[in-house]
Design a protein around this ligand. Structure first.
Ligand code: M91
Length: 329
């Protein structure tokens, strides 16, 4: 068995990617953000304060004949960008891309932080990290993919995120036609709960890859490509107008600049992110100053290959073989 779901950028900056998920009987369809950086499936619900839920699609377990309260269970999560949510837990049928998991832990939010209240484009997250990262207590729950893996043709999923166009999350199969290059595989480290790996080197503007390895995570839930300062500086030294903007908390530059590409090595392949994928968006509507897709990871402590990097590749999240596959798109 397999599943295939379309995913769409949330806005002109490709800030998030939104995928429709069906929960319950009859199906309640919610727009969710798939996040390989976390391991909880949580949603805005009938239990979310009305003031916080305004403008959001919500899940009502009381309207689902297959919903069951997981009594005594609670959850609480805080993300890298300091957003947070918490609540209680139900189990219900969850269908993604035509594949149904009958008894999936659906974490219902009784509290959500301001960022989530304001982001009315999503009604929650589907964590696609490793089960060890799940935040339900007293008994941690499995992710949707972990529950699905044993019934899928192959215990893997792929992410094909695209700039300003529809992409896909495929479960149980690899559609190699989505990629131009060969898929290069490298071991994935799931010990922290997310998809860690090591890139073997990098280069700016099509130069030869150096051999400076970069350890980081493949994270569909992070917008940017976040790397060490020395790499960020090496890149922006090629961008005449680049400067750090305190209010934007990142490097900005003239939107008219012709940005160099950025390449990294992984699994014996080279993934090249084109200059236009690295020019994220004007800092404000109509501004001629643009915000960079490559920013520093120094205040996070982890390097993150977020959507800016993932958009250049077909990425295989292979749970069965604990490895990540990358192919140029
Ligand atoms: C340094 S991890 C920062 C990252 N959050 C972002 O990337 C947000 C995403 C976003 C964009 C637009 C609206 C709302 C949210 O976007 C920015 O922070 N941006 C984009 C816009 C830019 N102008 C400024 C910088 C982040 O916590 N991801 C987590 C998943 C997110 C949480 C928020 C909702 C969307 C999914 C997660 O995988 C990060 N994780 C990864 C590994 C371990 C723990 C952990 O927690």
């Amino acid at each position: 068995q397999t599943g295939s779901a379309n995913t769409n950028p949330s806005d002109s900056a490709d800030d998030e990617y939104i995928t429709s998920v069906s929960i319950g009987t009859p199906a309640q369809v919610l727009p969710l953000d798939f996040d390989t950086g976390s391991s909880d499936l949580w949603v805005f619900s009938s239990e979310t304060p009305k003031s916080s839920a305004s403008g959001h699609v919500t899940y009502s377990p009381s309207k689902s004949s297959t919903a069951k309260k997981l009594s005594g269970s609670t959850w609480s999560i805080k993300y890298g960008d300091k957003s947070s949510s918490s609540g209680d837990v139900y189990t219900d049928v969850v269908t993604i891309g035509g594949f149904s998991v009958k008894t999936q832990a659906v974490e219902s939010a009784t509290k959500v932080s301001t960022q989530f209240v304001q982001d009315t484009l999503i009604s929650g997250l589907v964590g696609l990290g490793f089960d060890i990262g799940n935040q339900v207590s007293p008994r941690p729950q499995k992710t949707w993919f972990s529950n699905a893996a044993s019934s899928l043709a192959e215990p893997l999923f792929t992410a094909d995120l695209r700039h300003q166009e529809t992409g896909s999350y495929n479960f149980g199969f690899i559609d190699t036609s989505l990629a131009k290059g060969t898929i290069g595989y490298t071991p994935a480290d799931g010990s922290e709960g997310y998809w860690g790996f090591t890139a073997t080197g990098y280069s700016v503007g099509g130069a030869k890859l150096n051999r400076n390895s970069i350890t980081g995570i493949a994270d569909t839930g992070t917008t940017l490509l976040l790397l060490p300062d020395n790499i960020v500086d090496a890149y922006y030294n090629n961008v005449e107008s680049a400067e750090y903007d305190d209010s934007q908390e990142g490097v900005v530059f003239d939107c008219s600049e012709d940005l160099p590409s950025f390449s990294f090595g992984v699994g014996g392949q080279t993934i090249t992110i084109s200059g236009d994928l690295l020019n994220l968006t004007p800092i404000e509507e109509g501004s001629s100053t643009c915000f960079g897709g490559l920013q520093s990871s120094s205040d996070i402590g982890t390097n993150i290959f977020g959507d800016v990097a993932l958009k250049a590749a077909l990425v295989v999240f292979d749970l069965g073989n604990e490895r990540l596959g990358w192919a140029q798109k």
